[in-house]
Design a binder for this molecule. Structure first.
Ligand SMILES: [Zn+2]
Length: 310
C-alpha cells in the first residue's frame, strides 16, 4: 500500500493568505527550516494504479498537478483519472472544497457519514458533481466496507469510527448551545486496509480528545497519522490570531498533560506522524524547541509530498 501526503497543513494552508504571524512571514520570505504546505489531504493506493483521496482540500488542483501518480492516464480514456474514490472525515471546508475541483466529468465514488453527506446535499453548489458519475455512499461507523468505483473493487477497505470532534464551523448551531450542535458522525477517523497485503494504518486528521475507546483502537498500530493542528491549546490566542482555543475548535493540542503526545505515548504504535498542522504551530519551524520535543517523543511531522510504503 502506498500513501502520499498531498497536503499537510490545516485550513488556510501555510502560509495562510491573510496571516502575518511569525511562521507565515518567515515561510513567505523563504527562510530556511520552514516549508510551505497545502491543505489537508492524503492519497492512498493498493498498487500505484488506482488512487483514493482521503479528504479533498481547496488546494486539490495544485496537489494533483504536483503528484505524477495522479496525472491522467490515456489508458483510462481521454478524460480518465487515477482518482477512483474520495473519503471524507468531516465536513470542514479544508476537507470538502476540493470536491468542486473534481467536477469536470470525473467518475469517482464519494464516501462520508450520512451527517456529512447531508451537509453536502444541503449546499446546492455540490450538485455540480453529477450523481450518475459520483455516487454518494454513506459510511456507517464500525461497518468496514470495500471501496468500489463503477462496480470495480479498488483493493482497499475502510473502517470508519467516531472520534470526539466538532461539527463544521459553517454548521455550528448557536441555538444548540452546549456542544455547538455536534453529533456522532460529524468527525470520524479511518482505518484503511489493503486486504491483499494485510497492511493497514489509521488516519485521524481531526480529533478533539483521546478517549479510552480511541486509545484502545490505536494500540499497537503500525502507522497512525494524527491531528497536529496545534502545539498548545491557546497558541492562537497567545499569538493574537484568534480568540479560539483548540478545545473550542475541536482540535486536541500536541503538548500538555491532556495533549495527544501524552495520551498516545504508551500505546506501542510503531510509527506516528502529525498531519493537519495549523500555520501557528511552532513545530513547523524545523529548528524550534517544540519540533525537537515532538521528535524526541517519537513523532514525525508530515510535509507535502511525503511518501510512505506499507
Ligand atoms: Zn500564520
Amino acid at each position: 500500500m502506498l500513501i502520499k501526503v498531498l497536503g499537510s497543513a490545516a485550513g488556510g494552508g501555510f502560509p495562510q493568505a491573510n496571516c502575518s504571524c511569525r511562521n507565515c512571514a518567515d515561510v513567505r520570505l523563504g527562510r530556511s527550516g520552514l516549508r510551505p504546505r497545502t491543505q489537508s489531504s492524503l492519497a492512498v493506493s493498493p498498487d500505484g494504479q488506482a488512487w483514493v483521496l482521503l479528504n479533498a482540500s481547496p488546494d486539490l488542483r495544485q496537489q494533483i498537478a504536483a503528484t505524477a501518480a495522479l496525472a491522467p492516464k490515456l489508458d483510462r480514456g481521454p478524460r480518465g483519472s487515477p482518482i477512483q474514490a474520495v473519503v471524507l472525515t468531516n465536513g470542514d471546508v479544508d476537507h470538502v472544497a476540493g470536491l468542486l475541483s473534481l467536477r469536470e466529468g470525473f467518475a469517482f465514488t464519494l464516501y462520508a457519514t450520512q451527517r456529512v453527506l447531508d451537509a453536502l446535499a444541503g449546499n446546492s453548489i455540490f450538485d455540480v458533481l453529477d450523481t450518475h458519475l459520483v455516487p454518494r455512499v454513506p459510511l456507517v461507523t464500525a461497518e468496514p466496507i470495500e471501496l468500489v468505483n463503477v462496480g470495480s473493487p479498488l483493493g482497499l477497505a475502510i473502517e470508519a469510527f467516531p472520534v470526539p470532534g466538532k461539527v463544521a464551523l459553517y454548521l455550528e448551531d448557536a441555538a444548540a448551545g452546549r456542544g455547538l450542535g455536534t453529533r456522532e458522525g460529524d468527525t470520524i477517523g479511518l482505518r484503511i486496509r489493503a486486504p491483499a497485503s494485510g497492511a493497514s494504518f489509521f488516519y485521524v486528521p481531526g480529533c478533539a480528545a483521546i478517549d479510552a475507546a480511541l486509545a484502545q483502537r490505536l494500540r499497537g498500530a503500525r502507522l497512525v497519522l494524527f491531528d497536529g493542528t496545534l502545539y498548545s491549546d491557546d497558541e492562537l490566542v497567545v499569538q493574537g490570531l484568534s480568540n479560539k482555543t483548540g478545545t473550542r475548535m475541536g482540535h486536541i493540542a500536541m503538548s500538555g498533560p491532556q495533549g495527544s503526545i501524552a495520551a498516545l505515548q504508551d500505546l506501542n504504535m510503531q510509527r506516528r506522524i502529525f498531519v493537519h498542522m495549523n500555520n501557528s504551530n511552532p513545530v513547523l519551524r524545523e529548528d524550534s524547541p517544540e519540533r525537537a520535543e515532538v521528535e524526541r517523543a517519537g513523532w514525525e511531522v508530515a510535509f507535502d509530498g511525503m511518501e510512505i510504503s506499507l
